[in-house]
Design a protein around this ligand. Structure first.
Ligand code: PLP
Length: 262
């Protein structure tokens, strides 16, 4: 039987922990067929990102059109988009396709090791070009700070940040609390402006969280491809990433990946 399809528009991680490598194995683990529009090739290992080369914007467009016209897209996500030119090309292509599928925008700006994954001014392009087209955006607290200027430290500031982000035009906002310091629980807030869902889960003490954001966003995208509602897809994505973090393993001298083995 043909499974649903999910498209990732994102970069490659030579270390195999994040990027399209994380997306494809998460799609597979969640029973959907993964399609790829590659945006950049990163050179990285567990110690960090040494550099990246972007794919020409017209080649990103051509990849999206090739798979969409022939195989169909049931849901899509964006990860590392590298440049404002690629972001504008993705937005235009999604419009040309008629966008009859859910879109998850993970506003990837930098790696957790602090290396930029976007050229200058490109985060602003994600905000203006992609957020208004997004079903859901999934920023972590660093990205929330860059996008809104709000430093989230508790439930009140998390709610204020979610409301500020909604103004940028996505249908739903998920403010992930995983990077909040000193809390025993990991609390994410999901809202569309009328309902507010607080998703709480255990915080695992591990250094090995590389690829966590990508894995959660692609697990959500897989559920959307299978027809789940946004709240149900986010709840399933959170359960999936919790398990991947719980089973994360050391690899290399730096930050190991969240685990697809369980
Ligand atoms: N490399 C690529 C290609 C990515 O897409 C990402 C995150 O989206 C990263 C690296 C950084 O991952 P992390 O911050 O989990 O280390």
């Amino acid at each position: 039987m043909t499974p649903p399809t999910a498209l990732t528009i994102a970069g490659s991680d030579s270390g195999g922990g994040a990027g399209i490598q994380a997306d494809l194995r998460t799609f597979f683990a969640n029973g959907v067929h993964g399609l790829v529009a590659l945006t950049a090739v990163t050179v990285q290992n567990s110690l960090g990102v040494q550099g990246f080369t972007e794919i020409p914007a017209d080649v990103v467009t051509a990849q999206i059109k090739a798979v969409a016209s022939d195989m169909g897209v049931d849901a899509a996500k964006t990860g590392m988009l590298a440049t404002a030119e690629i972001i504008r090309a993705v937005a235009k292509t999604l419009d040309e396709l008629g966008m009859d599928f859910p879109l998850v925008v993970d506003p990837v700006a930098a790696s957790m090791t602090g290396h930029a994954l976007l050229r200058e001014d490109a985060l602003e392009a994600i905000r203006t070009e992609l957020f208004p087209r997004a079903t859901l955006i999934t920023p972590n607290l660093d990205e929330v700070g860059l996008l809104t200027g709000i430093s989230v430290s508790d439930a009140a500031s998390q709610r204020a940040a979610a409301e500020a982000l909604l103004e940028f035009g996505s249908q739903w906002v998920l403010v992930k609390g995983g990077h909040m310091r000193g809390t025993r629980e990991c609390v994410d807030l999901l809202t569309d402006g009328s309902s507010y869902v607080s998703l709480s889960g255990p915080r695992y003490e591990t250094n090995n969280t590389h690829g966590g954001g990508d894995t959660m966003a692609s697990a959500i995208t897989a559920s959307l491809a299978k027809g789940a509602s946004v709240p149900d897809a986010v709840a399933a994505g959170k359960k999936f990433i919790e398990r991947c973090v719980a089973e994360a393993y050391p690899l290399g001298a730096g930050v190991g990946p969240v685990s697809p083995f369980w």
